[in-house]
Design a protein around this ligand. Structure first.
Ligand code: ZN
Length: 171
């Protein structure tokens, strides 16, 4: 297991549309282990493969609270089979450290995906899990939270991320 480097906005590699997972083998399981370790170390509630520069359609989510046992969920080749309602949620993203923006999403979603063995399963979720599923799915399409906020907020985030990039680069 290893902690991978998380790409940060505006890294262009975050914009690639990810490819389907076709091999459900040991290297996929090793990748999932690394993604989980990277997400927990960050810490974050979700991480998509494109965020660690792996252009494949999978993500991990764990929305368990600090006092709850971990509850890792892995979604491979996910698709939404149903979406309903509307909810506004303040979201963060490991590729936008320190940025939190309210974003509108479907309130309830049903996702069909595969597990690490290639078996299909379906999950219906609302609340934080529904939001996390939609957020992580966006990463597979190369869509980022800046694409879902107003132009004004997008400019603010652009400035903020550039400023941080500069201050991170200083010794
Ligand atoms: Zn994200």
């Amino acid at each position: 297991m290893a902690i991978r480097t998380i790409l940060r906005y505006p890294d262009k590699r975050l914009r690639n549309k990810a490819l389907p997972v076709t091999a459900f083998d040991d290297s996929l399981r090793a990748l999932v282990d690394d993604m989980a370790e990277t997400m927990y170390a960050a810490p974050g509630v979700g991480l998509a493969a494109p965020q660690i520069c792996v252009s494949l359609r999978l993500f991990v989510i764990d929305i368990a609270g600090e006092d709850e046992p971990s509850d890792l969920k892995v979604f491979i080749n996910p698709t939404f089979t149903a979406k309903q309602g509307e909810i506004a949620w303040e979201e963060g993203c490991l590729s936008f450290p320190g940025i939190h923006e309210e974003i509108e999403r479907a309130e309830k979603v049903t996702v069909r995906a595969q597990d690490v063995h290639g078996n299909f399963f379906e999950v219906t979720a609302d609340g934080l899990l529904a939001v996390a599923l939609q957020h992580e799915y966006d990463h597979l399409e190369g869509t980022l939270m800046v694409d879902r906020v107003s132009l004004l907020k997008r400019r603010f985030i652009d400035r903020e991320m550039k400023r941080r990039q500069l201050s991170d680069a200083r010794p």
